[in-house]
Design a protein around this ligand. Structure first.
Ligand code: SF4
Length: 487
């Protein structure tokens, strides 16, 4: 299973309401994007910050006043984190929790960041002369220091420089100690970011996903466009395209796995796209559909595709795999536990009439293959006679440098093996990936508006392409070994 990346949310209230309550709910709605830590930063005659480890906590009604006093003000930003860079110990998680705040002279700036920077080496070098040695292990502090170092010339200008010089995926919300709140999205729009408003118009919010708006009963205004910056100063809001955008490149994985099914991407709920993925798989792999007795799905991101497949084929969808409902945290899943125990803690497989059956298992993706392998072996213990994997995301053959937890070639089963070998490795009778062209068609988007680099090896940014090509050429020369290059 891949781990989720981060989620961001911001609120500017021009009415009587404080920012904390909508900020809190905006974060709760997006907790699927990060379980390691959460945090808030609000502005009221200065910045007030609170961060902690784990899931966004349950807050009882009588506690709200205490939280509002802790985090006062009418504007704020918030973050849930799963880090794909930086160290993984508890101390580092807390130190790298966001929003991250840095000082620049007498002023301060905080940001909450979803994405990953590719030219981090360049950024470290560029900041080395200006910034005392940083203790942070994540790239967020570097990004924040970069912005803060440029902010004297104006927030919009600082964001413009960032977009000119920093390569990578970044959807960001930020807050300055002068009360200015800002949001921006990288020139390719790799990670999602959207803008919404309360029904009475008094509160404006920016959210990674539209579900952060829905839970607050806010209306969606639209996407923050790739290369766009929004700055809230006093009562005014300024929107500006500050970067030239050669193309769009929304991460295709958001559609298969990351985003909540009820979020809207490209004007359509994500679950509708996933249903279409399932229908595509049914049309494409009729031979296995004819042989199969039953469909099962791996909860929860594959369930909409399984429904689509069921609708398309008329095959029974047996919901024998169930997620343990309240096990959403990772804290008690020990690193040393074997994969089987970890799966048992998350997913239960009921003895649901699979004995002697030929089973189609719908999954959103296969990255390393270890989770899938364990689930297949458990299905066989339940009596499944044959197992055909139907996978909505095409075969992943290349690493991601844009913030998804798969940064090396060697960890990818799809880089090391073809479909038949993968089936053998994971114990399936067949592995059927949704072809790229079917995937793109189902999204309703143009292929050139999506990043599918982990499938095609064609990266939307230059340095990422050079890194991937550099690694590959070393593989070709060596023939057997794979080396990873430093970004
Ligand atoms: S390389 Fe893959 S996972 Fe990474 S941003 Fe592109 S589509 Fe998403």
């Amino acid at each position: 299973m891949l781990k989720e990346k981060c989620g961001v949310f911001s609120v500017v209230s021009a009415g009587s309401s404080d920012a904390f309550v909508p900020l809190y709910w905006g974060l709760v709605a997006q907790n699927h994007r990060g379980h390691e830590s959460y945090g808030f930063l609000t502005y009221s005659e200065g910045l007030k910050r609170y961060v902690d480890l784990g899931l966004v906590p349950r807050i009882e009604r009588e506690e709200i006043l205490r939280w509002q006093m802790l985090l006062p003000g009418k504007r704020g930003i918030a973050h849930v984190r799963y880090g794909t860079s930086g160290k993984r110990d508890v101390y580092s998680h807390l130190r790298d929790a966001q929003p991250m705040v840095v000082s620049q002279g007498r002023s301060k700036m905080g940001i909450a960041f979803n994405g990953n920077l590719v030219n981090i080496g360049w950024l470290r070098g560029a900041l080395a002369s200006k910034v005392p040695k940083t203790r942070a292990t994540s790239d967020t502090e570097l990004l924040c220091r970069y912005l803060a170092s440029k902010a004297n010339g104006g927030t919009m200008e600082a964001i413009g420089s960032c977009m000119e010089e920093i390569e990578g995926a970044y959807s960001v919300v930020g807050l300055r100690s002068n009360g200015e709140l800002f949001a921006f999205r990288d020139p390719l729009g790799i990670r999602p970011l959207c803008l919404g408003r309360s029904k009475d118009g008094s509160i404006t919010a920016v959210s990674s996903e539209t579900v952060g708006l829905d839970i607050n009963s806010f209306s969606l205004i639209g996407e923050v466009e790739p290369g766009e910056a929004i700055v809230f100063t006093g009562e005014s809001m300024e929107r500006s395209r500050v970067a030239r955008c050669p193309r769009r490149a929304l991460c295709g994985f958001e559609l298969s796995y990351f985003s909540r099914p009820d979020s809207i991407i490209n004007g359509r709920p994500v679950y509708k796209t996933r249903e279409e993925f399932g229908r595509n798989l049914g049309r494409r792999y009729q031979e296995y559909v004819r042989r199969a007795d039953v469909i099962v799905s791996i909860p929860e991101t594959a369930e909409d595709a399984a429904y689509g497949l069921h609708e398309e084929t008329g095959l029974r969808w047996e919901r024998t795999l169930r997620r343990h409902r309240f096990v959403t945290h990772r804290a008690f899943i020990l690193e040393s536990e074997d994969r089987r125990v970890t799966i048992d803690r998350k997913i239960n497989i009921a003895d649901g009439g699979l004995r002697g059956k030929k089973v189609i298992v719908v999954e959103d993706s296969i990255v390393r293959g270890d989770t899938t392998k364990t689930i297949i072996s458990k299905l066989r213990e339940r009596g499944a006679e044959e197992v055909y994997m139907f996978v909505t995301f095409p075969r992943i053959t290349h690493p991601c440098f844009y913030g998804i937890d798969m940064a090396t070639f060697t960890e990818l089963i799809g880089f090391m093996h073809d479909e038949a070998e993968i089936a053998e490795q994971i114990g399936a009778d067949a592995v059927c990936y949704q072809p790229l062209e079917d995937f793109v068609r189902a999204t309703g988007m143009r292929g050139e508006d999506l990043c599918m680099a982990c499938v095609t090896g064609k990266y939307p940014t230059e340095l990422a392409q050079r890194i991937a090509d550099g690694v590959k050429s070393r593989v070709n020369q060596d023939g057997t070994r794979v080396y990873e290059l430093e970004a």
